[in-house]
Design a protein around this ligand. Structure first.
Ligand SMILES: NC(=O)c1ccc[n+]([C@@H]2O[C@H](COP(=O)([O-])OP(=O)(O)OC[C@H]3O[C@@H](n4cnc5c(N)ncnc54)[C@H](OP(=O)(O)O)[C@@H]3O)[C@@H](O)[C@H]2O)c1
Length: 338
């Protein structure tokens, strides 16, 4: 790990002196929790926070199912203008109608993007920017798991493209709107499997060696590396960036994936949390006023406890290299990225 002393944003379990810095303990104090000797992300209070989000524009990817749909509901019921990202218009319209009906909030919009395609993301962002000069909350969380390797129209391995590169591309393209709305928040949904991941720069797309778990873990580790690197780059802008590990949640994830991942999700769902209940916790980092300056953090499934991500996720040299590779893959002008 390099240059740790220069960080001014929060890193879990690290006390880094500096002005404007929030440490893990500070956040816990603000929340009124005691961490105890072995803080576990699966423990902790689950007090719903009902902070109003009126006047805030929130964009949620993967909003047609599972965690994304449930988070969109939680934001909509707090009065936010919620822009749902969907790849399928019919499905997106159905969710929009359902959320409007359930929350009585008419300000729910839809933008179409296939997040496995950088071209589609560029197009969708242009559509969004025509209507919204500001974005207060961005939730990157659309994702998938596949048992077999497939490639996108742009030749990228599908989990890499959707679970990670889409987060990178969408976020960088939306930074002008996020900065214009500051204070603004970005939340990247990752998964505990990041701890098993490594970034294989010689075979990022799994052409030489592929396994579903390796590709999934790499994509989720990339999300965390991206979160920390972006938080460093956004320091002083009023835009924060954090990651969330949702833990096990009963959703559509793994359906149709075949093989072990489908079986794993099927069996796991017997024990997993209900998505709508879980989203009441996941929404916390997006709405809690006391977290407005907290950046570069990894929240556990209760949305409050700061969990510890893998040692690899803190490797700044890897994060910078991944950033450079991703900038090229996302077809972003180098000067534009963050
Ligand atoms: N569920 C868990 O236990 C769990 C655990 C750890 C991490 N996570 C993470 O949580 C996130 C959400 O997953 P979930 O469990 O809510 O799964 P889900 O119910 O399957 O939802 C996935 C969402 O992503 C969308 N999506 C997938 N590929 C897309 C693409 N190319 N373009 C646009 N949208 C696309 C899906 O759209 P369609 O409706 O069109 O398919 C759907 O809305 C993922 O990043 C996942 O890795 C979940």
């Amino acid at each position: 790990m390099e240059g740790r002393g220069s960080h001014r944003f929060l890193q879990v379990d690290e006390g880094i002196p500096g002005r404007g810095l929030f440490r893990a303990e500070d956040v816990v104090k603000m929340e009124g929790h005691s961490r105890g000797p072995h803080p576990s992300p699966w423990r902790g209070a689950m007090r719903p926070s009902k902070h109003s989000m009126q006047g805030r524009v929130c964009l949620v990817t993967g909003a047609t199912s599972g965690i994304g749909k449930a988070l969109a509901l939680r934001l909509a019921e707090r009065g936010a203008t919620v822009v749902l990202v969907a790849r399928n218009r019919e499905k997106g319209e159905a969710v929009r109608a359902e959320l409007q009906q359930r929350t009585g909030n008419p300000s729910i919009d839809l933008v179409l993007m296939d997040l496995s395609s950088t071209e589609s993301i560029h197009q969708g962002v242009a559509d969004f920017q025509r209507c919204y000069p500001r974005l207060h909350v961005l939730v990157n969380q659309a994702g998938l798991v596949q048992s077999q390797r497939t490639v996108t129209a742009e030749g990228l391995e599908t989990m890499f493209a959707t679970n990670y590169l889409a987060y990178f591309t969408l976020t960088n393209l939306l930074l002008p709107q996020l900065k214009a709305a500051a204070p603004a928040r970005i939340l990247n949904v990752t998964g505990g499997i990041e701890a098993a991941g490594s970034i294989d720069f010689d075979d990022l797309q799994g052409e030489q060696r592929f396994s579903w778990s390796r590709a999934l873990a790499q994509s989720k580790l990339a999300d965390v590396l991206f979160t920390y690197e972006l938080a460093r780059r956004l320091e002083g802008t009023g835009v924060t960036c954090n990651a969330l590990n949702p833990g096990g949640v009963k959703t559509g994830l793994g359906k149709g994936a075949g093989g072990v991942p489908e079986l794993f999700m099927k069996l796991g769902s017997l024990f997993f949390a209900d998505a709508e209940k879980a989203a009441e916790r996941f929404v916390h980092p997006l709405v809690a006023p006391e977290l407005v300056q907290v950046s570069g953090c990894y929240f556990g499934p209760d949305g409050r406890t700061l969990a510890k991500s893998s040692a690899r996720s803190h490797d700044e040299a890897v994060a910078r290299r991944l950033w450079d590779v991703s900038t090229r893959l996302a077809r972003l002008p180098v000067a534009r990225a963050a």
